[in-house]
Design a protein around this ligand. Structure first.
Ligand SMILES: *[C@@H]1O[C@H](CO)[C@@H](O)[C@H](O)[C@H]1NC(C)=O
Ligand SMILES: *[C@@H]1O[C@H](CO)[C@@H](O)[C@H](O)[C@H]1NC(C)=O
Ligand SMILES: *[C@@H]1O[C@H](CO)[C@@H](O)[C@H](O)[C@H]1NC(C)=O
Ligand SMILES: *[C@@H]1O[C@H](CO)[C@@H](O)[C@H](O)[C@H]1NC(C)=O
Ligand SMILES: *[C@@H]1O[C@H](CO)[C@@H](O)[C@H](O)[C@H]1NC(C)=O
Ligand SMILES: *[C@@H]1O[C@H](CO)[C@@H](O)[C@H](O)[C@H]1NC(C)=O
Ligand SMILES: *[C@@H]1O[C@H](CO)[C@@H](O)[C@H](O)[C@H]1NC(C)=O
Length: 522
């Protein structure tokens, strides 16, 4: 028999926990044109990781493996400042689930005895509490912002076209109940400072989905009426890959400075097999155009766009995912977009009927402690800090980003004549790219990328500047004429030194990998 947990007790403990938060000064956040800003109008860039909590047990994943505070610390340590925490609507609209089921009961119900033992070991304080998310406070204590993401209605893995909760009006997606649940969630977390946003519904989709019945504006009003502090984050159609319909029909809300749109972009977003069956350079450039049409245009219209899901298999074997990742990162870096990677998960308690399912896209190992793949994390590190926007000190230096490695073009020695290599993007090299297409280090002396080299040899910085053109459809190949009058491209050797090579994979060939020659100047 379920032990009753009184809502009042629950609320009280929620309120008490929020007092311990120390980061009140920054919040609430609002928007200023395409930027998310704090109370002083300073840009706050969202560099988030998705922390799933919407699967059948309705408990944030990982708590049977590590104490929640150590997971929160790890999130911070990996360079994220924010979590998109997923929750199922039933947690709010089904009173049994909200108040009468404890963590212990939920695990027992699915036969997750081993996992329950893990909870006793690592997070004993939550064993007999209701399911609602204690991790929000742990994240707050560790200075991590939270976006509460209503992922679906019924607890379980997401998302397919056949789900009964794919779009408004589907059997398990009653818009009125949805608004009710959103209001409750917004109210519960009203005074919890680190809850800075609510993402109203994940990946609208299904056989019945149309722009005409996109009720997101009603949900946004419901949330704002209950909690005016949070940003309201609205998903588009077609698994949140399509916001095109907003171009001629802007979101119309009764309040201002709180609206953010979200977009998802995976390797399979445009159908599987696409990255395999096209020339990667041509396809990446087509996808740049497509992303602009389906979401990127909102930045130009003055709305923040939150790339709230992307990612790929981190074990290295995903052929299409690897091709996509360099293209996507170049785009995200150039746009300096707010984002959330899928996902934090090492291993899921119980997913699609199976226990202990490893998340191939996950930032953490199956032990929920070690970084799954340091190279992958390094590639994300360049998009973690803000590069521009209100209050960001901008010295107008360019970065020459190499998305394949997550590194940037830097000098080997801090001189005006030097060899070039790849190094951390945090190193502030005073690059400029102008004056007749020269890649130049600003300062007292004339110092730019020289063309005096041959194929396969290193590229140096010196006085004999050469014209460097951004060629090819992506404009990410940096080409110049060398000693022998040959057109060559900047490339990287096995030691990460910059060399000149024949420009590769410019167009046509579908078997060729251009990414070692891709540099994004931003
Ligand atoms: C806004 O952010 C800036 C930079 O992080 C910080 O210096 C400032 O104190 C913040 N303002 C408020 C009101 O929190
Ligand atoms: C919760 O459990 C109590 C006692 O077991 C029961 O009386 C009550 O009806 C339950 N409430 C819900 C909403 O399930
Ligand atoms: C509410 O949640 C309980 C526990 O998960 C479940 O057994 C019940 O079917 C749910 N009720 C509805 C109406 O979905
Ligand atoms: C689509 O809408 C119809 C009519 O409202 C409904 O009967 C059907 O269940 C919906 N389809 C899905 C997949 O939810
Ligand atoms: C925006 O919504 C308000 C209130 O619902 C309505 O009065 C107004 O006509 C709408 N504006 C547009 C441009 O649709
Ligand atoms: C994406 O998929 C659609 C439909 O399959 C196709 O027409 C289009 O050419 C594809 N490529 C891009 C870049 O959108
Ligand atoms: C880690 O990720 C990189 C690219 O992001 C990939 O090339 C490599 O194979 C991965 N390493 C392991 C051990 O999975």
């Amino acid at each position: 028999m379920a032990k009753t947990i009184f809502p009042l007790t629950l609320l009280l403990s929620l309120l008490l926990s929020s007092i311990s938060l120390t980061l009140a000064a920054d919040y609430p956040l609002s928007t200023k044109s395409r930027w998310i800003v704090n109370k002083s109008g300073h840009r706050v860039k969202l560099a988030c990781v998705n922390w799933p909590s919407h699967l059948k047990p309705v408990v944030a994943e990982g708590l049977s493996s590590q104490p929640m505070d150590s997971i929160s610390k790890k999130i911070k340590e990996m360079g994220f400042n924010c979590v998109r925490l997923t929750w199922p609507l039933e947690l709010m609209i089904n009173d049994t689930l909200a108040f009468n089921v404890t963590v212990k009961q939920s695990f027992e119900r699915y036969g997750l005895d081993h996992e329950l033992q893990g909870i006793y070991t690592h997070n004993p304080s939550i064993v007999n509490t209701p399911l609602i998310n204690a991790v929000v406070y742990s994240l707050g204590r560790n200075d991590v912002m939270v976006i509460l993401d209503n992922h679906k209605t019924v607890p379980g893995w997401c998302c397919s076209n056949d789900d009964p909760d794919a779009f408004f009006g589907d059997p398990k997606f009653n818009p009125d109940l949805w608004m009710l649940g959103l209001k409750k969630m917004a109210t519960i977390f009203m005074d919890v400072n680190n809850v800075i946003g609510m993402s109203l519904r994940n990946e609208l989709r299904g056989y019945n989905h149309t722009a005409k019945d996109w009720y997101m504006q009603r949900g946004a009003e419901a949330v704002h009426g209950s909690n005016p502090n949070v940003l309201v984050i609205l998903s588009g159609l077609d698994f949140d890959a399509d916001l095109t319909f907003l171009k001629d029909r802007p979101v119309n809300l009764s309040f201002k400075k709180k609206l953010v749109l979200e977009l998802h972009w995976y390797a399979f977003t445009n159908g599987t097999g696409q990255w395999k069956s096209h020339n990667v350079n041509d396809f990446c450039s087509q996808i740049f155009t497509k992303e602009h049409r389906t979401g990127g245009f909102l930045l130009d219209q003055g709305f923040p766009l939150f790339l709230s899901e992307f990612g790929t298999d981190q074990r290295g074997g995903d052929f299409e995912g690897n091709r996509y990742m360099s293209c996507m990162l170049a785009w995200a870096a150039e746009k300096d977009i707010d984002w959330a990677v899928w996902a934090l998960t090492g291993v899921y308690y119980f997913r699609e009927g199976k226990r202990g399912v490893v998340e191939a896209y996950g930032m953490l190992d199956a032990n929920w402690h070690h970084v799954h793949n340091h190279t992958y994390l390094q590639r994300l590190s360049v998009i973690q800090p803000p590069h521009k926007g209100p209050g960001i000190k901008h010295n107008h230096h360019k970065k020459i980003f190499h998305p394949l490695t997550g590194l940037c073009l830097v000098r080997k020695s801090p001189c005006y004549e030097s060899e070039l290599t790849l190094g951390p993007c945090t190193k502030d090299e005073p690059w400029s790219y102008s004056h007749g297409d020269r890649l130049e280090i600003k300062g007292g002396h004339k110092s730019c990328v020289e063309g005096e080299t041959s194929v396969g040899r290193s590229v140096k910085l010196g006085k004999k500047c050469t014209k460097i053109k951004r060629i090819s459809a992506t404009k990410m190949h940096l080409a110049f004429k060398n000693n022998d009058g040959l057109l060559v491209c900047l490339d990287v050797d096995s030691d990460n030194n910059i060399v000149a090579n024949h420009c590769k994979c410019l167009t046509g060939d579908i078997s060729c990998e251009p990414a070692s020659q891709w540099f994004k100047i931003f």
